[in-house]
Design a protein. Structure first.
Length: 221
């Protein structure tokens, strides 16, 4: 991805309280932030970026218009999205990782994304931005079902991707009550979708509100 974004990169990751949990400067786009080993970073993760992320996301990041997004392209974006979400989760070193070790290892071996993950995308009209918000939630669906959620939202130039994961026995899925025109792209993108979506985010405040939209959800049992 680095040829698309020359120059120094400033990274800021904030939690649900908008507190900075990680802040660093790097000469290249470095999502790993020293939480993965060198062999993985230079091996299968590098292949994932070169074979999937760069060809599927490059035009969207640069703000090109009228780009058809087929399911194969959406799948490639989803691979990069899930990998990045797992890495950002590991920045919370004092907490137990949200994703089970078995799910993380299966993704490394076969690039299989867990079934309790959904992804959405939208656009950002601002220039030169890189934003990341992470949100963890815990609540009850009924008397004996505890619902845990992890939402990772990040923007790179004109592209915003949101990955939503949940853990709860007997839960088939969730939906928000907001009115954002975000496009689901994993596990399936709408047929004949053409980038960009009809409405996009314009400010960092919009991005924060969009990041928080899963705080009030309806769960399907």
């Amino acid at each position: 991805m680095n040829p698309l974004l020359p120059g120094k990169k400033h990274f800021t990751i904030r939690n649900e309280n908008r507190e900075v949990i990680k802040n660093w400067v790097a000469p290249k786009l470095d999502w790993t932030a020293n939480v993965v080993c060198e062999a993985c970073n230079n091996g299968w993760m590098s292949e994932l970026e070169n074979n999937h992320a760069r060809p599927s996301m490059g035009e969207l990041i640069k703000g090109k218009l009228d780009i058809p997004i087929k399911q194969s392209r959406a799948d490639s974006m989803a691979l990069f999205g899930f990998k990045t979400t797992v890495i950002l989760d590991h920045l919370r070193r004092s907490n137990q990782p949200f994703f089970e070790r078995s799910a993380r290892h299966e993704f490394r071996k076969s690039l299989t994304i867990p079934r309790n993950v959904g992804m959405w995308l939208t656009g950002f009209s601002g220039l030169g931005r890189g934003e990341i918000n992470t949100l963890y939630g815990k609540g009850s669906v009924d008397a004996d079902k505890i619902l845990e959620t992890y939402v990772c939202t990040y923007a790179v130039e004109h592209l915003v991707i949101q990955i939503v994961s949940y853990k709860a026995d007997g839960i088939r899925g969730m939906r928000t009550k907001d009115k954002f025109v975000a496009i689901p792209f994993w596990p399936r993108i709408p047929d004949d979708f053409v980038w960009p979506p009809p409405d996009v985010l314009h400010t960092v405040s919009d991005f924060d509100v969009f990041s928080d939209r899963w705080q009030d959800v309806t769960a399907f049992i």
